[in-house]
Design a protein around this ligand. Structure first.
Ligand SMILES: [Zn+2]
Length: 260
């Protein structure tokens, strides 16, 4: 399997986009042996601890309602336990979530390098634009790029629940920057993620505040759902505000990190 390194994540993007629209197949990992009934491929990786070879079938495409989505939410997707030494590890493969009916996609590549992320974003936009303007005449789908699994889960959940993730990221920015708010999160120390365990029909839009260093949840934050709806309406009813929202989040990497 391909490992980290600068070219790795970006290199996946192009075949990823082309494959998903031209052949309906996505095979970003080295093919060792095909499984006839599946588009996922058996591949061999080495245990990071004892180097024993392991046969695995990484999941690289997620669709609405797929069983693998539940595994993703539980943190079990592409998690392998070494048959020789029992060490658990996660396969570092990119993942594409595609809801074709809603024309919505999220690409996950694991990278902490902003330059790599930006290059991935540029490639993705170029290719998507090319495919959709030349061949189909359709409006391009909504595409999102995420660089960690928490963000992947968050984007999928927001999409499934009918939220506009740009508005949600804008609301996070307000929570980070409100000078009057007691216990307001600190953008350097904290990260806000949509709380998908909260009641979807509840009165609030809820977030979990995570400590960036430990990765642990430290507190919660929320705004009334009414306020979210007001912000959403303000941003979507006038052309000027729609442009403003577009200017805030110009690419496929839609995150409050862009504003902080
Ligand atoms: Zn091992």
């Amino acid at each position: 399997m391909r490992r980290g390194g600068r070219a790795c994540g970006v290199g996946y993007i192009l075949p990823f986009v082309q494959a998903s629209f031209h052949q309906g197949l996505v095979n970003p990992v080295k093919r060792e042996r095909s499984k006839p009934s599946s588009t996922d491929q058996v591949t061999v990786v080495e245990c990071p601890k004892c180097q024993a070879p392991q046969e695995v079938v990484p999941v690289t495409v997620l669709r609405p309602g797929a069983e693998a989505l539940q595994a993703l939410f539980k943190g079990a997707l592409n998690r392998v336990t070494c048959g020789a030494c029992g060490t658990g590890f996660v396969l570092a493969v990119p993942i594409l979530y595609r809801d074709d009916a809603a024309r919505f996609m999220v690409y996950f590549i694991s990278t902490a390098d902003p330059a790599e992320r930006a290059e991935g974003e540029r490639q993705m936009e170029r290719v998507t634009k090319q495919i959709f303007s030349q061949e189909s005449g359709l409006q391009p789908p909504t595409c999102r790029l995420v660089t960690d699994r928490s963000a992947l889960i968050e984007k999928i959940t927001l999409h499934e629940r009918g939220f506009d993730d740009r508005i949600v990221e804008y609301v996070k920015y307000q929570l980070f920057s409100n000078p009057n708010r007691e216990n307001r999160p600190d953008p350097v120390r904290h990260r806000l993620l949509f709380d998908f365990s909260a009641d979807p029909d509840g009165p609030n839009l809820a977030f979990v505040i995570f400590d960036r260093e430990s990765g642990r949840p430290t507190a919660g934050a929320h705004i009334p759902m009414e306020v979210y709806r007001e912000v959403e309406e303000a941003f979507t009813t006038s052309l000027k505000m729609r442009e403003e929202l577009q200017a805030l989040f110009p690419g496929t990497y839609v995150s409050v990190e862009r504003l902080l």
